[in-house]
Design a protein around this ligand. Sequence first.
Ligand code: PEP
Ligand code: MN
Length: 333
Amino acid sequence: MILHLSSDISQANQEAVLAAHPGFHFQREDGIHVVITSSKEKEVNSTIAQFVEDSFVFDNDIQLASRSYQEATRTINIGDIVLGGSSNHTAMIAGPCSVENREQLMHTAEYLNGLGIKILRGGCYKPRTSPYSFQGLGLEGLKILAEARDKFGMKIITEVRDATHVAEVIEYSDIIQIGAKAMYDQGILKACAKIKKPVMIKRGFGTTLQEFVQAAEFVLSGGNPNVILCERGIRTFETKTRFTYDLCGVAWLKQYTNLPLILDPSHAMGYRFGIPDLCRASVALGIDGLIIETHPTPPQALSDAAQQLDFAEFKSMYESLPAVAQAVGRTMI
Ligand code: PEP
Ligand code: MN
């Protein structure tokens, strides 16, 4: 249950409400105090009813993210870039899987900036399946991303792998990426709940839509309203592609949640072929963004070599998207 309390409620009365309904409490930017309890609670306690301006009851723990609580898609501001809300923007986020060295990253950033791309991706703490694979440059990589931001004015998205470096990723990035393997880490989710920077949560490959949105609720219930969801493929019986791209799930998330959606066909497909078609199909769904891996020399990439587009492939795909976006009432940014 979600309760709205007026912006001028006294401290003592706030405490009375929380005593009657123990749960999360934060104050929204517009001043309203929000209290959230389990969805099992269905009725406002009569002793504090006088302090409650509005209450919302739910069937399950998708609450703050639910369209039945807030119908409009959330607006996410990343500096002067606006996603969600009434913007009708579909943002292209691009860059290599991993920041490998300064030259590779700066070369990629310069190329993408030249195409008009505003948000640069690049992992520094890589959640690799093998301990013997390249694990990322860590803090050194974050500094290289920061240099690209300073030089080209691009925004940075980079992933947090575990709670040990969450503070560094929060400090350096404009959007914090919580990866498919990290999205159950409540240390990360709770750290991201305490800030206001946008957080993009990727769907785990064995994660149901309910669990996915509940991960977002961990961040939202701490008072950070700026959560974006990212579909990147789930594991099914199919092995010919790396994962199965769950576009039905995307349609469900669009229907029932107020969270902006970014789609990642690169990790779903796992191979270069097909990605341009999947980008066009994704944009046709009317989404808030795409995140695509590109590398100056994909065969030499230290992670996800098979799926990174080279610059020529990226450019021709990118140039095909505005017409698709326009057909569904959106603008590529
Ligand atoms: C990535 O974005 O490079 C990545 C590791 O993605 P995921 O968490 O979806 O596997
Ligand atoms: Mn990758």
